[in-house]
Design a protein around this ligand. Structure first.
Ligand code: FES
Length: 332
């Protein structure tokens, strides 16, 4: 059978056992909407999936060996999003330790390889975090952790973020997790609310309805919601234009404004990336466009710290503060 190079939908669900799917034999193939993968052996399904989507090694690793599968008994928080009818569903449960950090977090999912990988990655990322830290994890962080996801599969990372937010909201409010993410439903085919759409558009810089469909599935059914999706895009674009108009060019920033902007960029764009690998960064000094920082944790002794400084820290500060920023490590 020829292997198609275009996308299709084959579902592999992480079986709801405490051990989870250790290999494809334990994964359950559901071919209700494809005739391409049905009938293939588990190994062929994996090969075909790889060819179709060009997944990174990290995605495949988390798909083949998903971490933290299952459900915690008497959890502190439960988050459920999606539905089997829509083709993807995810249930997250977590337990906090005495210091309010996520001691254990487990998932059950029904979806494609990237849904399993995204859920697995998310649980690894947030273990040990406080809820305040965990709720700052974006779907883009999940995709970055996996070395990237095809745009058509970004909705899997969005589902992970939404389930986590629902679980945290459940912990805080005690309201049933399925109704925590309420609000005006824009896409009735997939049950996507206006709030969820606005955050996804803002956080991922989306500009087209097609991208919204890739990230959330909204618009991918009957299409009736598309005019509303266009209106939401226009609303966010208007917001962006207002922000652009209100930020003075870097050359006109006062030193205090520049330091604030650098701190904000470190917090939002850089620190979460470093913390995932056990590192951190501290702003030491700002002299004109020269930014002096100190790397902490595992980043401090890292042999590729110069690459981190130039390719991550300096690149982000050039993007968000000023194109002529230069970053150096203290004492060097
Ligand atoms: S209402 Fe959004 S696709 Fe049908």
């Amino acid at each position: 059978m020829p292997i198609p190079l275009y996308g299709t939908k084959g579902h592999l669900s992480a079986k709801n056992t405490s051990d989870g799917p250790r290999n494809l034999k334990e994964a359950e193939f559901c071919a209700e909407d494809t005739d391409i993968l049905s009938g293939l052996s588990p190994a062929s399904v994996l090969y075909t999936t790889m060819r179709m989507w060009n997944y990174t090694e990290k995605v495949l690793d988390h798909f083949r060996n998903p971490r933290n599968v299952g459900e915690i008994e008497n959890p502190d928080g439960i988050g459920e999003v999606g539905s089997l009818a829509c083709g993807d569903a995810l249930k997250l449960t977590f337990k906090l330790d005495a210091n309010g950090r996520i001691a254990d977090i487990r998932f059950k999912t029904f979806g494609c390889a990237s849904a399993i990988a995204s859920s697995s990655a998310l649980t690894e990322m947030v273990k040990g975090m406080t809820l305040e830290e965990a709720e700052r994890v974006t779907n883009q962080d999940i995709a970055n952790y996996l070395g990237g996801l095809p745009e058509q599969k970004m909705h899997c990372s969005v589902m992970g973020r939404e389930a986590l937010q629902a679980a945290i909201a459940h912990y805080r409010t005690g309201r049933p997790s399925r109704t925590v993410l309420d609000g005006k439903v824009v896409c009735t085919c997939f049950g996507i609310t206006e709030d969820a759409l606005l955050s996804t558009i803002r956080e991922n810089g989306l500009t087209t309805v097609e991208q919204i469909t890739h990230y959330t599935k909204a618009g991918g059914g009957c299409g009736k919601c598309k005019p509303t999706l266009e209106a939401l895009l226009a609303r966010v674009e208007e917001e962006r234009q207002k922000i652009r108009a209100s930020v003075p060019p870097a050359s006109r920033l006062t030193t205090l404004q520049k330091i604030r902007l650098i701190e904000e960029t470190l917090d939002r764009e850089i620190r979460p990336l470093l913390k995932k690998d056990g590192g951190d960064i501290e702003l030491v000094d700002v002299d004109g466009n020269r930014v002096v920082v100190s790397l902490r944790g595992t980043c401090a002794g890292c042999q590729v710290s110069t690459v981190t400084l130039k390719d991550v820290v300096e690149a982000k500060l050039r993007e968000f503060v000023s194109p002529d920023m230069e970053v150096v490590e203290t004492g060097k």
